[in-house]
Design a binder for this molecule. Structure first.
Ligand code: ARG
Length: 593
């Protein structure tokens, strides 16, 4: 269960009165019990044993009696369980405040960002290469962070730092001139460009002179040779067209698309500045900035053949984002394998006297492997994202066909589910973890998947539709809902036992769902602070799970009117939060599936 700040604040104030401990310490000690039966919050008494010179169990009992006697806390029921004080909020009294809280816009539109501008470097694939599952991660994580930052009160800008410059273009041009088939180049430029690019690496292993030829072409490109430029432009154009198709399918947009080449005319000033500051040193004919004090290898600025390199472009880029785009924070959503690169770039910025280097943040993520294997363009081991998306949609369509063949608009729903599944699969694990991609698992309607979350949402919509249409004659779930009910959850709705224990209608499962939703703001705040979309993805899964649990243990429509109203309200709010969460993560939310 996520923490409900309302409870935490109240518990701290209360414990302060009865223990005289500091707020900070109490905050650290408060725990959320593993299940609601054990309370909404728990306080362990071990730390007090020394100063109170008593056993923690006795202290727990003593605190309970002090709290019970306190006139302000009649609505918090406490019990001593061993060394713990378990706290239970009165559900009838507190539910009103919680329901109000979750309906309040401030609960999901936070103000922590204070309007600061965050510039997000995301996606940033390399031109003339297929967009593989690897670059998918930066795109999907970046897009989720963008919406999370905004929901937290930041202003955010998405920048696609296309890799459209660098020695690989020398290789691409060399390979193209030697081996490209003109007809293929017309029909399938990306595929043909990839074929010859791979061939280049195979051939260069035996004919190293090819590398010299490639270097020559890149040097020509950097010095503005018209033929080189024309070929380069061509590769950029065909690649961008195919990238745009991909972004459209994923529903990802950018506020600026500025390739590395955009910084070509901005690099000389950076090199001059480094020279003025006496930071450049020669090393084997190349120019570097030494970073010995930081225990890092030197940062390469100009290669021995006089051409610029990746870090030089990133220095110019950062300065541009700060000085021209007025970014307060520069966030880079780039794979963990580039950690050293960014540490070096940030260190050089610091040496140049830019105090804002502290506001540059590398947000790394782990490798995506497919069936346990690492991908590499050079070796021709790539998976085309386009194909992955097609397959995911097909699989979603097969599942829908099996579960709900009469669903209207099946194709569109399959598209939303298939694409959503791929996106969710990428976001659900801590971003630094390596992920092993399995299509089968990602698109499954059960387990920790996007479709599972979408399903819960669709189920809620179907209940609400029935209420609207006044077609609630039978509480029995519709065929659609039965299809949605997994075996483990297939429990007959029943309140008989709950009615005795909870005259308010707030059964454990209903209460747990309500408290979970009330914890949304603190989870979002944490997710933004840690730049971690997985926190929201897991929160969405838990929301879906808790709703399914609530739904299988409680009658929503066919129950006393007071309960019915609050349960409908709870269901409606759960739907709202699921929709909001899917939107944060970049998924669509079908009304039926
Ligand atoms: N194009 C680079 C790559 O695929 C990633 C660029 C990341 N952004 C940056 N500012 N360096 O490796």
């Amino acid at each position: 269960m996520s923490t409900v700040s309302l409870f935490v604040n109240e518990a701290i104030a209360m414990l302060q009165k009865v223990t005289e401990m500091e707020v900070g310490e109490l905050t650290k000690l408060l725990e959320t019990p593993p299940s609601v039966e054990m309370g909404d919050l728990a306080f362990p008494c071990f730390v007090l044993a020394k100063s109170w010179r008593r056993a923690p169990q006795q202290i727990a009992a003593e605190l309970c009696s002090r709290i019970s006697e306190h006139p302000d806390y009649a609505h918090i029921h406490v019990t001593a369980a061993g060394a713990y004080v378990n706290m239970y909020w009165d559900r009838t009294i507190s539910s009103t405040a919680l329901l109000e809280r979750i309906a309040d816009q401030q609960h999901y539109q936070l103000q922590v960002g204070g309007g600061q501008r965050i510039i997000i470097d995301m996606s940033s694939p390399n031109i003339a290469k297929p967009f593989g599952v690897g670059h998918l991660r930066s795109t999907v994580i970046g897009a989720a962070l963008y919406r999370m930052y905004r929901a937290a009160g930041y202003e955010a800008l998405r920048v696609n730092h296309i890799g459209d410059w660098g020695t690989q273009f020398g290789k691409q041009i060399t390979a193209h001139l030697r081996w490209s088939d003109p007809l293929q180049m017309e029909q399938n430029p990306i595929g043909e460009a990839l074929r010859v690019y791979i061939k280049f690496h195979d051939e260069a292993a035996e004919h190293p002179e090819l590398e010299d030829e490639a270097r020559d072409w890149f040097r020509k490109l950097e010095s503005g040779d018209p033929q080189a430029l024309e070929l380069w432009r061509y590769f950029v154009d065909v690649s961008m067209a195919s990238l745009d198709r991909m972004y459209e399918r994923l529903g990802v947009e950018f506020d600026a698309v500025l390739g590395e080449s955009f910084y070509n005319d901005k690099m000389p000033a950076v090199v001059d500045r480094l020279r003025e500051l006496d930071l450049l040193e020669e090393s084997d004919g190349a120019l570097v900035v030494r970073l010995d004090e930081q225990d890092m290898p030197p940062c390469l600025i100009i290669k021995s053949d006089g051409t610029t390199i990746y870090p030089t472009r990133d220095l110019a880029t950062a300065i541009y984002r700060k000085e021209v785009m007025h970014g307060d924070r520069l966030v880079y959503v780039v794979g963990g394998e580039q950690a050293l690169h960014f540490r070096q770039v940030f260190a050089v910025l610091r040496k140049m006297g830019y105090s804002w280097a502290e506001d540059c943040i590398h947000v790394p993520f782990g490798l995506m492997k497919v069936n346990g294997k690492k991908m590499s363009t050079r070796k021709g081991k790539v998976i085309f994202l386009e194909e992955v998306l097609d397959e995911a949609v097909q699989q979603a369509a097969r599942i829908i066909e099996e579960k709900n063949p009469s669903l209207p608009d099946k194709q569109e729903v399959a598209r939303q589910v298939g694409v959503g599944a791929i996106i969710f699969n990428d976001l659900k694990n801590n971003r630094q973890n390596e992920i092993d991609f399995s299509l089968e698992e990602a698109v499954s309607f059960e387990g920790e998947t996007g479709p599972y979350v979408q399903y819960a949402y669709a189920r809620i919509q179907s209940i609400l539709r029935r209420v609207e249409q006044n077609n609630e004659s039978a509480e029995q779930p519709t065929g659609e809902e039965v299809a949605q009910q997994s075996a483990s959850e297939a429990v007959e709705p029943s309140d008989s036992s709950a009615a005795v224990e909870e005259p308010s209608g707030w059964t454990d499962t209903a209460w747990e769902l309500l408290c979970h939703l009330a914890g949304y703001d603190s989870e979002l705040e944490r997710a933004v602070r840690l730049h971690e979309p997985s926190i929201m993805a897991r929160y969405a899964l838990q929301t879906a799970r808790l709703f399914n649990q609530f739904y299988s243990h409680n009658r929503i429509l066919d129950c006393p009117p007071a309960w019915r109203e609050q349960r409908l309200q709870l269901s409606r709010q759960t739907g709202e939060y699921l929709a909001r969460l899917m939107e944060l993560l970049g998924m669509q939310a079908p009304q039926q599936m």
